[in-house]
Design a protein around this ligand. Sequence first.
Ligand SMILES: Nc1ncnc2c1ncn2[C@@H]1O[C@H](COP(=O)(O)OP(=O)(O)O)[C@@H](O)[C@H]1O
Ligand SMILES: CC(C)(COP(=O)(O)O)[C@@H](O)C(=O)NCCC(=O)O
Ligand SMILES: [K+]
Length: 276
Amino acid sequence: MSQTLQQLVIDVGNSRIKFVSLITDFKAAETQQLPLVKNACSTLIEEPIPWEEIQSWFDGQQDNQCQTVVAGSNPEGIERVIQNWPQGTLRPPIEVLNTADFPLEICVEEPRKVGIDRLLNAVAANQLRDSAQGAIIIDTGTATTIDVVTPQGSFAGGAILPGFELSAKALHNYTALLPLIPVDDLHQEEPVVLGKNTTDAIRSGLFWGQLGAIRELVCQQRDQLLPNANQVAPLILLSGGGSALLAPHLEGLVRFEPLLTLQGLAIVAQKISDSK
Ligand SMILES: Nc1ncnc2c1ncn2[C@@H]1O[C@H](COP(=O)(O)OP(=O)(O)O)[C@@H](O)[C@H]1O
Ligand SMILES: CC(C)(COP(=O)(O)O)[C@@H](O)C(=O)NCCC(=O)O
Ligand SMILES: [K+]
């Protein structure tokens, strides 16, 4: 019989706090499946947390059936979530901090300085990739990260660049004449390449520049993962707040997994609870 664990998992980034409830199958490690997301919501980092909605996911259940866990790249934001934790149905969260306990080898100069979100993505990628297959993870948050997992399953580092919104704010904040372009504009219609006014020129740079940077880094990282022809092509995963915007343009190249970090955190938390 397969044993399952219900979880409330929270990822606190630099722009948004993401909440999901999931069902994690203890046998999932053998099946190359990610924990199943049942409910999801998010809020901007400075906005109130939608506790009522989140608590309603667990209506009619005993609190001790659900494991709650929080982690992320924004320590102040995590503190806020813990401080504002509601009285009542939800069990207080476990904060996952210590990446030394992760089921992951971290091959960089200072493993403790790597953003936990990048490592959680790698844990999730390890669940999905075939054995002897490497992985490349594109995560488009406040920053966009493009990271490599080796065919042996270790986190091997990667690249960090500004995401859509940060790039838009930087252009506005550090120039005299450039307006602030809301990222929602990029969703309305595909930006023209040849901007005939300032706004369209910025939209073009933000959108096609981000896409081009991602393609170039994926290309170079793939070459590094495939030093000879008899290796398996890497699994390329696309996640994060900006991923829905990019997915149609990376079709055929990537697998779209918008909640990868949260699912990685669910796997890590399940392993921690299992080992106790
Ligand atoms: N409507 C939108 N259109 C395009 N991009 C968006 C939109 N909403 C969010 N984003 C992108 O997603 C990023 C936030 O993604 P998220 O994964 O929540 O970030 P973080 O993990 O840093 O909190 C924004 O910085 C922006 O780049
Ligand atoms: C690169 C990041 C800012 C991405 O965070 P996000 O955009 O998701 O909020 C975060 O992973 C981070 O703060 N990393 C620490 C430095 C490092 O990973 O090397
Ligand atoms: K992230």
